[in-house]
Design a protein around this ligand. Structure first.
Ligand code: HPA
Length: 281
């Protein structure tokens, strides 16, 4: 069993000791080579993952492993610069710690970003895909999860919030950013797919494939956080193009969509903030 109550107690003590007067509504979790998302934010406090109960070092280059308490265009946000991956030895505890910390700091919504391989010939490297659904080809961080009466039998009929998707679509169209919509295939990694796997995943209805995100979504939904996800396509799947795939290629190609992704998230945060203020008034 995962002792999620104990984890929550440790995180509460950590917040009391180390974090002064910070709360926000949205947490952003960035993917491989996407630390740039935080570059234009005003950083109020930066905390290494290794200081936080339940967290550990990410163990992957391109994933710095820091939590930034920050402001994006004046709006407070929690920014996870780096995240956990099964392939790098993460356990369920780290996924839970991330979402518990977000919730304890006031977050209602988690926006995930990632880098992915395209399985769909119309979704090209350098373009962005808003994730509407996923297929879990990984393991499951909810197995044995017991916390405050929450059931681990989480409904996944609409894991990616329609409200958040609408806000993302509006933000994209208001700034002429091309944003596809698609299904994410979550694999364990760390290897890239074979040609036969790419063929199978295409037949299954997936549009992009990646090694992250699904565990974060499952745990976020366990805590009833709203979820949004934007994937930056960095390559075509094996057999769809001549690229030799590597993590360096992922990090390099993640730069291609950096400006669009940064702009999209900044607009999204502003939109979220103004809609929230509207409903609160
Ligand atoms: N497959 C899995 N994960 C990935 C890929 C891919 O092609 N590209 C970036 N992350």
């Amino acid at each position: 069993m995962l002792d999620l109550d104990k984890l929550n107690g440790s995180l509460q003590s950590f917040i009391k000791e180390k974090i002064k007067d910070f709360s926000c509504k949205v947490a952003i979790v960035s993917g491989s080579g996407q630390g740039f998302i935080g570059e234009k934010m005003e950083v109020l406090q930066s905390i290494p993952f290794t200081d936080i109960p339940g967290f550990k070092a990410t163990g992957v280059s391109g994933h710095a492993g820091q939590v930034l308490l920050a402001k994006s265009a004046g709006v407070p946000v929690l920014f996870f610069k780096g995240r956990f991956h099964w392939y790098a030895g993460a356990t369920a505890t780290q996924f839970h710690a991330m979402m518990q910390l977000s919730q304890l700091l006031g977050c209602e919504t988690v926006l995930l970003t990632n880098a992915s391989g395209s399985l769909n010939a119309t979704m090209h490297p350098g373009e962005l895909v808003m994730i509407d659904d996923h297929i879990n080809w990984q393991t499951n961080p909810l197995a044995g999860a017991v916390f405050g009466g929450k059931t681990m039998f989480v409904d996944m009929g609409q894991p990616y919030s329609k409200d958040i998707q609408n806000m993302l679509s509006d933000s994209a169209s208001s700034s002429q950013i091309k944003l596809h919509t698609g299904t994410y295939m979550g694999v364990m990694g760390p290897n890239f797919e074979t040609r036969a796997e790419v063929k199978l995943f295409r037949q299954m209805g997936a549009d992009v494939v990646g090694m992250s995100t699904v565990a974060d979504v499952l745990v976020a939904r366990f805590y009833q956080l709203k979820v949004g996800c934007v994937s930056a396509v960095v390559n075509f799947g094996a057999g769809m193009a001549a690229d030799q795939l590597s993590h360096d290629l992922t990090l390099d190609r993640a730069q291609q969509s950096s400006e669009a992704l940064q702009q999209l998230l900044t607009l999204f945060i502003q939109k979220y903030h103004s809609l929230e203020a509207h409903y609160a008034s």
